[in-house]
Design a protein around this ligand. Structure first.
Ligand code: NAD
Ligand code: TYD
Length: 353
């Protein structure tokens, strides 16, 4: 007999946000079996989950959500009670240079998972498909206003277009086939395990190595930053208490112009690294702007706060300091992810099991 009350599939669990979600679910819900499915692209690292890899309620499976037969087989074997879908290509700059990968994983991969859920769950409304998405589907704001759940979709980058498309497919499977779905659209995350191609970890890595910090355009673009562990807490709440067919915006009430954020980060790092005040700021280098660069993102998170009682718990000052500390204490991780060494780690640890 199955000793677990639920078996959940978490996709993309070896990535940045997924690793925090997997850890939260494995430790908070020992009665659930958590299956982490991840292709281990450049962005996925099992090192992110080393502390829980031997937990009795955890299983890692290497696989590609684009492979429809594999996904159907996986659902047949595990009879999942729920899916929390985070697997994605997630970097805007990469989507500009290689959009097709984003269509494959973010759109086709999501539809493969929806098809497997439809096929295996039939009319079972207890089983839930939770799709993790981004505020970038709403396009860009001017200097005023906030994205609400009713803001019309207006994606500009191939990344946000692919996420918008997958959101529409999730809603279509709810409306057409009656699948119990929820979607959340979150603002920019930061924290441990973030691959050093996104602004904050890239800047930390470059400051550490005294390399130029590239700032696109004039650095006037605004992002609303949320500590990744607060996002994982929100995902827990939405998965368990969100209403089927609904969307929830998640955000940090924490808007920063890129240039102001990087100046703050430079100050923090000068102190931590015992460098003279102002030394790291000299690394700031203004470079050609990103094509189609959205000016401002900012989230109205009042729905999730009112209906589900979630709000951010970590202040930006504390979260940023914890993040810097984590990178300074995990220089080997930084070194390995930038050199691709975790692929080798995976081969050694998992292929022989
Ligand atoms: P990430 O790039 O760090 O991780 C993505 C994970 O998905 C990796 O482990 C990768 O190996 C895996 N993956 C990629 N393609 C796959 C495939 N074809 N099959 C199976 N696994 C595959 O991304 P992240 O920043 O953790 O984002 C996770 C999710 O949250 C994404 O859906 C993203 O759109 C969304 N999101 C991210 C942010 C953010 O600020 N990072 C904000 C809002 C929403
Ligand atoms: P990023 O971390 O790529 O997240 P997103 O594009 O999904 O918001 O970028 C955050 C902001 O920082 C965005 O306005 C682009 C800018 N940026 C830079 O100025 N320099 C960089 O090297 C990177 C990666 C981003």
């Amino acid at each position: 007999m199955n000793q677990f009350s639920k078996t959940l599939l978490i996709t993309g669990g070896a990535g940045f946000i997924g690793s925090h979600v997997v850890r939260l679910f494995v430790t908070k819900y020992p009665e659930y079996k958590i299956v982490n499915l991840d292709k281990l692209t450049y962005a996925g690292n099992l090192e992110n989950l080393r502390d829980i890899e031997n937990a009795p309620n955890y299983k890692f499976i290497k696989g590609d959500i684009v492979d429809a037969d594999f996904i159907q087989d996986l659902f047949a074997v595990y009879q999942f009670d729920g899916v929390i879908h985070l697997a994605a290509e997630s970097h805007v700059d990469r989507s500009i240079s290689n959009p097709i990968e984003f269509v494959m994983t973010n759109v086709v991969g999501t539809v493969n998972l929806l098809n497997a859920a439809k096929h295996n769950w039939k009319d079972n409304k207890e089983k839930r498909f939770y799709h993790i998405s981004t505020d970038e589907v709403y396009g860009t704001l001017g200097n005023e206003g906030l994205f609400t759940e009713n803001t019309p979709y207006d994606p500009h980058s191939p990344y946000s277009a692919s996420k918008a498309s997958s959101d529409h497919f999730v809603r279509a499977y709810h409306d057409t086939f009656g699948i119990n779905t929820v979607i959340s659209n979150c603002s920019n995350n930061y924290g441990p395990n973030h691959f050093p191609e996104k602004l904050i970890p890239l800047a930390i890595n470059n400051i550490l190595n005294k390399k130029p910090i590239p700032i696109y355009g004039k650095g006037e673009n605004v992002r609303d930053w949320l500590y990744v562990i607060d996002h994982a807490r929100a995902i827990d709440v939405v998965f368990h208490n969100g209403k089927s067919g609904e969307t929830y915006n998640i955000g940090g009430h924490n808007e920063w112009k890129n240039i102001d954020l990087i100046r703050l980060l430079c100050k923090i790092m000068d102190k931590k690294l015992n460098r003279a005040e102002g030394e790291s700021e000299k690394l700031i280098t203004f470079v050609t702007d990103r094509a189609g660069h959205d000016l401002r993102y900012a989230i109205d998170a009042s729905k999730i706060e009112k209906e589900l009682g979630w709000k951010p718990s970590v202040t930006f000052e504390k979260g940023l300091e914890q993040t810097v500390d984590w990178y300074l204490n995990n220089k080997e991780w930084l070194q390995n992810v930038t050199s691709g060494n975790y692929q080798k780690y995976y081969e050694q640890q998992y292929h022989n099991r």
